[in-house]
Design a protein around this ligand. Structure first.
Ligand code: CDP
Ligand code: MG
Length: 244
């Protein structure tokens, strides 16, 4: 199969889309009929803070970072109903998947989207003014319904952050995997090969794991630098298994 036809991109249907009953609309805009792309993975995720912070690591320190984390977790749209805090994570596959989905999503800012690309998904978004506890304006949060990987490198990092290989049918997987022969246990900031009280087993012998995660775990366990953080490896195994 031509590698170009197997390109993948991560889509998140964000909590504002769920809250406004726009899930079906987004799915329909991205349907195989419109895009020629196919689902390779799908899950409903109660996003925890670790996953949110890893996903948006590039924005750490920016003024909109804290509101963005609360938005993707679902706190902003479901402040009093934590069980409703969900994001739908999808992997789409097909030629030019990344660019096609970015085009259908449209510009980040919904005002710009409405002006420059009427009809794109984000043209249905909103800009929410934010205030501090004293009621003073502290900027805006951009609620734009959908996340779409910006380029192929981001797509690989993001798909490996939200999905384990077993979430994707074997013939649709495009990143190398490995079968683990070891146990790895995780506690925030810590990694063990044997069970420690309050640790969580993230990898067990026989598990099919992203090869890059196995490489990272081996290095991180030795205290060496790796291509990603221990949190980015652990986060996907904790999806829907623990609350914060
Ligand atoms: O999502 P996209 O890649 O188009 O934009 P980004 O610059 O990577 O920002 C990530 C997300 O942060 C956006 O989709 C917005 O939801 C949010 N954002 C915001 O609230 N305020 C900004 N000034 C910029 C981004
Ligand atoms: Mg981005």
């Amino acid at each position: 199969m031509d590698k170009k036809l197997l390109e993948q991109s991560l889509v998140l249907i964000k909590p504002d889309a769920m809250n406004n009953s726009l899930t079906g609309y987004v799915l329909s805009q991205l349907s195989e009929f419109h895009t020629g792309l196919r689902f390779a993975g799908a899950k409903i995720v109660n996003v925890n803070r670790m996953l949110a912070e890893e996903h948006y690591a590039e924005h750490r320190g920016k003024p909109f970072y804290a509101p963005l984390i609360e938005y993707i977790i679902g706190i902003s749209h479901y402040p009093d109903e934590p069980w409703k805090r969900r994001t739908i994570a999808l992997v789409y596959q097909g030629e030019d998947a990344v660019q096609k989905i970015r085009d259908i999503s449209g510009p980040t800012n919904p005002h710009v989207a409405r002006e420059k690309r009427p009809g794109c998904i984000r043209s249905l978004g909103t800009i929410v003014p934010l205030k501090d506890a004293a009621g003073n304006p502290i900027g805006d949060r951009i609620d734009n319904l959908i996340h779409a990987s910006a380029n192929k490198e981001d797509a690989e990092r993001e798909i490996k952050l939200w999905f384990v290989p077993g979430d994707i049918p074997p013939l649709m997987r495009i990143y190398p995997t490995e079968v683990s022969s070891e146990h790895y246990y995780f506690k925030p900031g810590k990694l063990y090969k044997e069970y420690e009280k309050d640790s969580i087993c993230i990898v067990a012998p026989g598990d099919v794991v992203w090869k890059s995660d196995m490489d990272a775990l081996r290095l991180l366990f030795e205290g060496a630098a790796a291509s990603c953080t221990v949190e980015s490896v652990a986060a996907k195994y904790l999806i829907n298994s623990h609350t914060d």
